[in-house]
Design a protein around this ligand. Structure first.
Ligand SMILES: [Zn+2]
Length: 394
């Protein structure tokens, strides 16, 4: 049922009376009062809008005065978030931080999270706890520019993060200081001209040496020359260290030494490798090896025509186009030994073992032949002896 009347704003409008609200309007007196105490719908909306605008204008004015950062978000979000921020900040000012500190400590002490519980105990014992809470709030007000934080009411989570930082400040600072000191100790700066102010890091994990560096053609060429391969997933240069590559600290040292000689700053955490890189006291990587794989001896060396030609003169030698090496059958191990001695090759443990086995089996064959010869000879001798004794009896 619609009841028309004049509202206090002077506009004619109606109220809808139904079963739900009829108890409020059960007398003519009450209906009259309603019209006198209220404004019409249109005026109410207008007033609300005006109030909202006033609040925003006030927030904007105060934000400028206090040099608060501009918030991020859509225009509507920003207007709303600024009003909320203004409200919280003015409440902080009027109430102060004593009460707020108390309620924060209380809230955290009931937290299921052990770190938060500890934070509450630690904060409670601080003499300047109210200042700490104030600083935490102001850090968020001044550093966090997300509108959503105010609208979705996640301000307290951010304040909590700040509190952790502030309460454990000394610990954080100590940690950072230690990190800096360790890094400083591990950083080797070349003595001559510096090619780039950025650092290269050379380190190992398990059996692999890694180079972490920025894009630079000189660095790329050195890394490649030292047998490193670009790992596009890890965005690192890597090199597996096996028997032929030698010692891990030597491999960290020689590539680092090459970087230093070109004027690059290198971070080497391994102190032994660092010493070696600085003083050049590493054992150079041996590049010439005789290995064994797939029933064949393999001749591994840097590009060298002289070695290649000599190796191809060995009986049974072949060029393996896939592996880009010359292979030699085990039976030619003696010829290969001459080449190895002449050009300073080393044998891998596997190659050594296979050659020894070959020598043993060859000497077994020789022994067998020798035993056979001996047997035949003995038989002959004994036959002769028998023959002789027969002769004696004659
Ligand atoms: Zn009105």
């Amino acid at each position: 049922m619609k009841r028309y009347g004049i509202f206090s704003c002077g506009h004619k409008d109606y109220i809808e009376i139904n079963s739900k609200n009829s108890w409020k309007y059960d007398t003519e007196e009450k209906i009259k009062e309603h019209f006198e105490d209220n404004v019409c719908d249109k005026c109410r909306k207008e007033r609300k809008e005006k109030l909202r605008n006033q609040e925003y204008e006030k927030a904007l004015k105060n934000a400028l005065k206090q040099e608060l950062p501009e918030l991020k978000g859509s225009e509507k979000q920003i207007r709303w978030a600024m009003t909320i921020r203004e409200e919280i900040m003015s409440e902080c000012k009027t109430i102060g931080f004593a009460k707020r500190t108390e309620s924060i400590i209380n809230k955290l002490s009931f937290s299921d999270n052990e770190d938060e519980y500890r934070l509450s105990r630690k904060l409670a014992r601080k003499e300047n706890k109210e200042d700490i809470v104030k600083e935490a709030y102001y850090n968020v007000f001044y550093n966090n520019t997300s509108s959503r934080m105010y609208i979705e009411d996640t301000l307290f989570d951010e304040v909590k993060k700040e509190l952790f930082k502030l309460v454990y400040k000394e610990k954080f600072e100590q940690k950072e200081e230690m990190k800096m000191e360790i890094k400083k100790e591990a950083t080797v700066v070349p003595s001559g001209n510096i090619a780039d102010s950025r650092e290269i890091e050379v380190y190992s994990k398990d059996d692999t040496v890694y180079i972490k560096s920025f894009m630079n053609e000189t660095l790329r060429l050195i890394s490649r020359d030292y047998g490193f391969v670009w790992n596009s997933q890890l965005k690192l240069w890597e090199k597996k260290i096996k028997e032929m590559q030698g010692n891990i600290s030597d491999r960290i040292a020689d590539v680092s030494n090459a970087f230093l000689n070109k004027g690059f700053i290198v971070v080497i955490n391994d102190s032994i490798a660092r010493e070696k890189a600085i003083n050049g006291t590493y054992e150079a990587e041996h590049r010439r090896w005789i290995d064994f794989d797939n029933e064949l001896l393999i001749v591994i060396h840097e590009r060298n025509d002289n070695i290649y030609k000599s190796s191809r003169k060995i009986k049974g030698s072949k060029w393996d186009g896939n592996l880009k090496v010359v292979t030699v059958p085990l039976t030619s191990y003696l010829e290969l030994e001459d080449l190895a001695n002449k050009f300073d090759f080393r044998y891998t443990a596997r190659a050594k073992k296979e050659i020894e086995m070959k020598i043993t089996s060859l000497s077994d064959v020789i022994k067998e032949i020798e035993v056979g010869i001996e047997k035949k000879y003995k038989n002959k001798v004994s036959e002769e002896a028998v023959f002789d004794s027969l002769k004696d009896e004659e």
